[in-house]
Write a protein that binds this ligand. Structure first.
Ligand SMILES: *Cc1c(COP(=O)(O)O)cnc(C)c1O
Length: 694
């Protein structure tokens, strides 16, 4: 049902720098070897804000990988065979229909979908339904039938029975084979070679594919190895019991447009989940349609727009956004055609309330919305939040709350209580959907009663707010599927159901406790940038590295890369404040793991002190040289002023289990200047394979 979906977008060289989202490009590492990295990141939302190429942050990388592996496994020949068989089944269906004479095939040429004119489309669809086949009724006399590689000859036999109106069918699908013709016009037939890269021509047995995928996976540092402290990303436990339902066939094997009476289980879950999310957030209605936080932002702003329009306020198009906001906020507001007014923060990282008041009053005639994150992106419960919401409301605006930091609110407070009118939740952050590597995501939005009528619907399957509002005036459609990536909802649903209200509240408390524990342990070594009035932080905190830039020439990237030598993923780097690291431990990590991470950062501080004291070279030291891959450590020549042991084993736990980085420091500037998106040259792949199997 509405499986998570990824789409691929291709363009010519000319437009490659305008592509939205994330592009993987080839660069070189510190040893001059080719290395893959995300290209042109600096062009993305956080720098370009409202001029970003898109508002997409969490994409669907995991799903894109699944689709890519399909091509890797089948290769060019396999894919063609599959396509030919699918086309053959559609062809056999069309030949058989002609013989039956009960319906007329239209819409030639076809590939996998045959359009059929018949006397009574609903009667045919009803007969098919009795045979457990769902057909698409286009209008009273038109039906379309689609075939794919899971369709069997017996399925097509069954269709003939449906179309023969109960009369015996004088042939089998198999017997039609000699009469089936390829109807794809010659002008559309591909003649040039495709998927010629060795990757698509090597892994055609299950063992080979398994090993290939495992080899790729072993280059990835994941939660299997250590905590991932990415602030704002909330990398929390994806419990096995939460993940299991995603594989249940009753969840996976259903089409998003299947009649709702065939998806009663899903419907029950949508209703329950919508109600649970209302309770958690203090809202009156939820839409499960948006596919990620940024899609939720867009949907929520469109809801606000529809609300203003319904009141005759067509002109309200100003959106106030603090400079500390996540880059998706201005990018989403720009997508909605809004005029963005930026508001600064004070020395403590809080929104400058007086500046906000001035901006709201100056724009009171055209104010549409404020986008605000709570706790703030600086990891602090902003004291002025009540007043901020009031100022916006007093000036005719609506409050959009960015709910990415909901992990610090659940059970303790709520967006509805604070005064927000609409808010998205990142189910892939706060509610346990795994999003390592970038998705899949789900970004449902919750709204107060007055906005509920405008929640999105869908032209094929009518949906709206859950619970349903008294009346509905939906703004339109936000996603291709009526309930977004519904297949991954069981993860969040299971999490909420298993935790219960006490468990969820405890989780928030422990997440906050963990962040404060780490901040306290680290404060003697690094300045902690922002804190609330009690000297505490919320669920995440910022370590300031701007000082060591002056004393030791150390940049956040040096610390981030050095953490790889210690077996850790870096925290969020230089966001929301340049020159800093933002750490979010979540409630999922044990004290032992929190301590291990603090120990690594403290040990790195000692390494920085060596530079400050002049004992280590300012340009050539363990931090600047990090990460240290085996190819460098075990090369014949070792020219660094520090030992191999200091490079690779700076902490005792690394003797027990060491995660080996697979490349040295990747050259960012080179990668952006020379944007090459093609895979490694074939010779290199062969080399890599030889190395891996040796
Ligand atoms: C992650 C995040 C977003 C965007 O959510 P996606 O699901 O990645 O689209 C927006 N705001 C904040 C503060 C975030 O952390």
């Amino acid at each position: 049902m509405a499986v998570p979906h990824a789409a691929f977008l291709a363009t010519s060289q000319e437009y490659k720098r305008m592509m939205p989202g994330r592009i993987i490009g080839v660069s070189v590492d510190s040893s001059g070897k080719p290395a893959l990295r995300m290209a042109m990141q600096t062009r993305e939302q956080h720098i370009r804000r409202d001029k970003a190429t898109s508002n997409i942050c969490t994409a669907q990388a995991l799903l894109a990988n699944m689709a890519a592996m399909y091509a890797v496994y089948h290769g060019p020949e396999g894919l063609k065979t599959i396509a030919q068989r699918v086309h053959g089944l559609a062809g056999a269906f069309s030949v058989g229909l002609k013989k039956l004479g009960t319906a007329e095939v239209q819409g030639l040429p076809f590939f996998d979908t045959v359009k059929v004119k018949c006397a009574d489309a609903h009667a045919i669809a009803d007969a098919a339904y009795k045979s457990e086949i769902n057909l698409r009724v286009v209008d009273a006399k038109t039906i379309t039938v689609s075939f794919d590689e899971t369709t069997t000859l017996e399925d097509v036999d069954e269709l003939f029975k449906v179309f023969s109106g109960g009369k015996p069918v004088p042939f089998t699908t198999a017997s039609l084979a000699p009469e089936v013709k390829n109807v794809i016009p010659s002008g559309l037939t591909r003649e040039s070679p495709y998927l010629t890269h060795p990757i698509f021509n090597t892994y055609h047995t299950e063992h080979e594919l398994l090993r290939y995928m495992h080899r790729l996976q072993s280059k990835d540092l994941s939660l299997c190895h250590s905590m991932i402290p990415l602030g704002s990303c909330t990398m929390k436990l994806n419990a096995t019991s939460e993940m299991m339902p995603v594989t249940f066939p009753n969840f996976t094997d259903i089409h998003p447009f299947a009649p709702t009476e065939q998806s009663q289980g899903y419907q029950e879950m949508f209703d329950d989940l919508g109600n649970l999310l209302c309770t958690i957030t203090g809202f009156d209605s939820f839409s499960l349609q948006p596919n990620a936080g940024a899609a939720g932002e867009y949907a929520g702003l469109m809801v606000i727009r529809a609300y203003h329009k319904a009141r005759g306020d067509h002109h309200r198009d100003v959106c106030i956004i603090p400079v500390s906001a996540h880059g998706t906020n201005p990018a989403s507001a720009a997508m909605c055609g809004m005029k963005i007014v930026a508001v600064g923060t004070d020395a403590k990282g809080n929104i400058n309330v007086e500046e906000l008041r001035k901006a709201a009053e100056a724009n009171r005639d055209n104010l549409s919305a404020l986008m605000v994150t709570y706790p703030s992106t600086h990891g602090v419960y902003e004291e002025g939040i009540d007043e901020i919401c009031k100022i916006i409301h007093d000036n005719g605006g609506q409050v959009y709350m960015d709910g990415a930091n909901m992990n610090a609110q659940v059970g303790l407070t709520s967006p509805g209580f604070i005064g927000a009118d609409v808010c998205h939740l990142n189910l892939h952050k706060t509610f346990c959907i795994p999003h390592g590597g970038g998705g899949p995501g789900m970004g449902p939005i919750g709204v107060k009663k007055h906005l509920a009528p405008y929640l999105p619907s869908h032209p094929v399957v009518a949906t709206g707010g859950i619970p349903a509002p008294d009346q509905s005036q939906p703004l339109g459609t936000i996603s291709a599927a009526p309930w977004g990536s519904a297949l991954i909802l069981p993860i969040s649903y299971t999490y909420i159901a298993m935790m219960g209200s006490k468990g969820l509240t405890d989780a928030s408390k422990i997440a906050i406790l963990n962040a404060n524990y780490m901040a306290k342990r680290l404060e003697n070594y690094y300045p902690i940038l922002f804190r609330g009035v009690n000297g505490t932080v919320a669920h995440e905190f910022i370590v300031d590295l701007r000082g060591v830039k002056n004393t030791a020439g150390i940049e956040p990237e040096d610390v981030a890369k050095r953490l790889m030598d210690y077996g850790f993923h870096a925290p969020t780097m230089s966001w929301p404040v340049p020159g800093t690291l933002m750490i979010e431990p979540t409630e999922s990590e044990s004290k032992a793991e929190l301590d291990r991470f603090c120990d690594a950062l403290i040990s790195i501080r000692e390494e920085i002190a060596e530079i400050e004291k002049g004992k280590a070279d300012i340009m050539n030291n363990v931090l600047k040289g990090a990460p240290h891959p085996p190819s460098l450590l075990m090369g014949n020549a070792w020219t660094k002023p520090y030992s191999r042991e200091d490079a690779a084993f700076p902490a005792s736990w690394l003797r027990v289990a060491k995660f080996w980085p697979s490349t040295g420091r990747v050259d960012n500037v080179y990668g952006d200047r020379n944007l090459v998106c093609t895979l490694l040259p074939a010779s290199q792949v062969v080399e890599e394979q030889a190395a891996a199997t040796a």
